[in-house]
Ligand binder design. Structure first.
Ligand code: COA
Length: 143
């Protein structure tokens, strides 16, 4: 089941985050900020545990996503991104991914994203980002 995040989820999310992004994980304060800034588009996939999360903005920027390591390759990440695609109907979706994160790049390519550029030294440790974009799908939602 996919639902909006709740503050009581943060502890589990911190564990997912630590194994997913050892070089640049979010801390508790950053999860609170994301929760406040993206109240409707910070989502979690839940079974007996929190299996993964995604945060995106409605203008089509995918901010972060991660899946619990032992539950990867079971379609959870794809479901979360499909949720973002549905929320951002009619707009392209864009994201940044570390050049060294080849697994995530394969994941996004499988979901219809294209490589559109590179941002030099984008991450705080100096690693470059690849910029990826998925063309708009569906009609924009009435505001
Ligand atoms: C990237 C991530 C979110 C993918 O989540 P997931 O739930 O494992 O993805 P899915 O099961 O939906 O994968 C769908 C398809 O994407 C591709 N894919 C996913 N992970 C892949 C990997 N590590 N290597 C190559 N292809 C991959 C495959 O085609 C896969 O289909 P298959 O399993 O039938 O071969 C997950 O690996 C993760 O949390 N990684 C660490 C955090 C991270 O890198 N986040 C993205 C930062 S920009």
């Amino acid at each position: 089941m996919i639902r909006k995040v709740r503050p009581e989820d943060f502890e589990e999310l911190l564990n997912i985050e630590a194994e997913a992004f050892p070089k640049s994980q979010y801390d508790l304060g950053q999860f609170w900020l994301l929760y406040e800034n993206y109240p409707n588009t910070f989502l979690v996939e839940v079974s007996d545990l929190i299996d993964g999360y995604i945060v995106f903005s409605l203008d089509g920027h995918l901010i972060s996503t991660a899946v619990r390591s032992e539950r990867r390759r079971t379609g959870i990440g794809s479901r979360l991104v499909q949720e973002a695609i549905a929320h951002c109907a009619g707009k392209p979706l864009c994201l940044e991914v570390r050049v060294g994160n080849v697994g995530a790049q394969e994941f996004y390519l499988a979901l219809g994203f294209n490589l559109i550029g590179r941002a030099k030294g984008y991450y705080h440790d100096g690693e470059d980002a690849l910029l990826m974009e998925r063309p708009a799908e569906g009609r924009a939602k009435e505001s």
